[in-house]
Ligand binder design. Sequence first.
Ligand code: AMP
Length: 190
Amino acid sequence: MGRHTNPIRLVIFGRQGAGKGTQCVRLVKEFGVLHISTGDMLRSAVAAETELGLAAKAIMDAGDLVGNEIMIGLVRERIAMPDAADGFVLDGFPRTVGQAEALALLLGDNHLHAAVDLEVSLDEVTSRMKARARADDTDEGIARRLSLYEQETRPVLRWFADRDLLLTVDGLGAEEEVTARLVAAINSKL
Ligand code: AMP
């Protein structure tokens, strides 16, 4: 567990293959925060065949984005739950500028401390994903997901940079080295 007593609120960005999932587990330990992944929440809803899951499945299968209204409602409910009062790292949200603006309104005075971009070059993530060689990691699939990241997420990163909240952290290297960089960067904002 981390040494921090005040709730810490973070957002994490990273291309697919940047190691975001691994680092989120480590940040949870370091800062004692909750990991809130909108992708995981949606996959659970799909598995449970809830109304949301039924609506989201086709959109997710197509690699498209679920609508802002649905996503904002989902995050609003999640961060209102008591466990989120101890802080969180949001993973997968916001993915559009509209979502970022809505999040700022939802949080109000309990604003974010930082938005972290785990930076790994396009060449590196492409070769990592090819090495993983999952069935859905075709060359076309990889290229599509990576280009969607550039189109959709870059403007959100700029939105956070404009508000002096963006931390860009080099995601290359051993897992624990990357964690140490993340922790140092985040601590600089606390
Ligand atoms: P992820 O695991 O974060 O890559 O999310 C998996 C899929 O869930 C995405 O490809 C989207 O279809 C959907 N999704 C997750 N988070 C969001 C979001 N913030 N806005 C829209 N769609 C989302």
